[in-house]
Design a protein around this ligand. Structure first.
Ligand SMILES: [Fe+2]
Length: 482
């Protein structure tokens, strides 16, 4: 059974981020008891949630993928059945207005109002949609309807990140966030299992930069200070806002009023500037900002860490390295090949080395989350190998960083995979146990499937056939039933 709830007009455009499977869907759908090919493992009991941009009335002249209003797509799985599928816009004030609904408001200190579009997690019994750049998280209910903005029970000020990392032992969420109103300060925070931030450390950088992700080990936080710098279109303004934090009353007023003023033509105020240099900071988790040690690296940008871990006095960081980003504006993010890379920082010698791990064009790397901050062997990422002239992926990779080998699942001619995540069959099982799952857009039907593969063999386990298309988006997670 399928029902359609809300809808918005579809834009028609030459903008490649509004075309093909980047284009938004117009309808919110609820469907029950979805058809399945294969058998869903009985240990899967929870929700697969994934979020991405689904712009509600974009300007084709200026629209950029990172700035579309967020829509979450979710599947409830249990009893070896695909019990429901839902997709819902995150109801920011602007989205609510566009849908003709009343915006319910809520806490505003968590950041600027924006329909979070980058990641969706479960933490402390809540479902949270997340973005960066000072935007506030949004809380959703179990069926993906918007509860309202979240400030983590009053403990969050001025934005979070889309890439928190859960320590697998403590269950706490570690994060590095930034906000252009904070000038050159990056903020490390730890959110307890009660959903409240218990610790914050502001870390001075060389300037005001974009920070999409960070890395975590058992004892250290790793901060990327990379050359994507604030650009307000004027050198004096850039210098001023990179060295002066906005006074708290002004920042508070800007956050509290942000639901009223939401420009249709939002632009990212950042650009590539290799003269800024590039470095990775190593902060002991429980120490102050004065204890950060910086390691200079070749200029690059990191959107996503695969994982990091300690090896004696050395810290190993595996991530997808972009040779550059935002060189020619924001609609062609990377020049060169984003590929899996390893940095090894030696705390004893103060030196850092770097080396490629896999030179295939890839992104959205994910690891078995039970190994966050611990030594891993496998990473899953999506790649574009067979169709070099499109922006969509066509392949799933499983990189074995121990042997240096890579296994490949090609969807060439059949579909476009989004990020795949790993779900173990239970606690304490081996790293390649369980399944990996992700949405795959099918050209033939114009709809998407949830594809579930064996994490060890990459053999097909099950496919859930959705009644709708899931546009290319960003990140997702498995949220087990409590
Ligand atoms: Fe991301």
């Amino acid at each position: 059974m399928t029902s359609t709830q809300r809808s918005a007009p579809l834009p028609v455009s030459e903008n490649h981020y509004l075309a093909g499977n980047f284009g938004p869907v117009a309808q919110e759908v609820t469907a029950y008891d979805l058809p399945v090919t294969g058998s869903i493992p009985d240990y899967l009991d929870g929700r697969f949630l994934r979020i991405g941009p689904n712009p509600i009335d974009p300007n084709p002249e200026t629209y950029q993928w990172f700035l579309g209003e967020g829509m979450v797509h979710g599947l409830r799985i249990g009893d070896s059945r695909a019990q429901w599928y839902r997709n819902r816009w995150v109801r920011s004030a602007r989205v609510a207005r566009a849908l003709g609904e009343e915006w319910r408001g809520g806490p505003w200190r968590g950041g600027f109002d924006f329909a979070a579009n980058t990641n969706i997690i479960g933490h402390a019994g809540r479902t949270l949609a997340l973005t960066e750049t000072g935007a506030r998280p949004y809380e959703l209910d179990d069926e993906l309807d918007t509860v309202g903005p979240s400030d983590f029970c009053g403990s969050l000020r001025g934005g979070y990140t889309a890439h928190p990392k859960r320590d697998p032992v403590s269950g706490e969420l570690h994060a590095v966030s930034y906000n252009p109103l904070r000038a050159n300060l990056a903020r490390y925070s730890v959110t307890g299992v009660d959903g409240r931030i218990r610790r914050e450390v502001d870390i001075p950088l060389r300037g005001s930069v974009m920070i999409h992700d960070f890395a975590l080990t058992e004892n250290y936080v790793l901060i990327y200070d990379l050359p994507v710098v604030l650009d307000l279109g004027n050198k004096l303004l850039n210098r001023f806002f990179s060295t002066h934090s906005t006074p708290s009353p002004l920042a508070a007023a800007a956050m509290s009023l942000s639901h009223r003023v939401q420009p249709k033509n939002l632009q990212l105020p950042y650009r590539w500037d290799p003269s800024y240099g590039a470095r990775i900071g190593v902060l002991p988790r429980e120490r102050t900002a004065a204890k950060v040690r910086w390691f200079e690296i070749e200029p690059c940008f990191v959107y996503h860490t695969l994982n990091a871990y300690e090896e004696g006095q050395r810290i190993v960081i595996d991530a997808v390295r972009h040779p550059s980003t935002f060189v020619n504006g924001h609609n062609e993010p990377t020049i060169g090949v984003p590929a899996l890379h390893r940095w090894t920082a030696d705390l004893a010698t103060g030196r850092i080395t770097e080396a490629p791990l896999d030179d295939r064009r890839q992104e959205f790397p994910r690891v078995d989350e039970r190994l966050i901050g611990r030594r891993h062997r496998f990473g899953y990422s999506v790649a574009r190998l067979n169709v070099p002239d499109t922006r969509s992926a066509d392949t799933l990779l499983r990189n074995d960083v121990t042997t240096g080998t890579t296994e490949v699942v090609s969807f060439d001619g059949d579909g476009e995979p989004g990020e795949f995540i790993h779900v173990p069959s239970g606690p304490g099982t081996p790293e390649d146990d369980g399944v990996v799952m992700g949405f795959v857009y099918r050209h033939e039907t114009g709809r998407s499937d949830l594809v579930i593969l064996d994490a060890g063999t990459l053999d097909h386990v099950a496919t859930v056939h959705l009644p709708a298309r899931v546009p290319n988006g960003f990140h997702g997670n498995w949220v087990p039933t409590a």
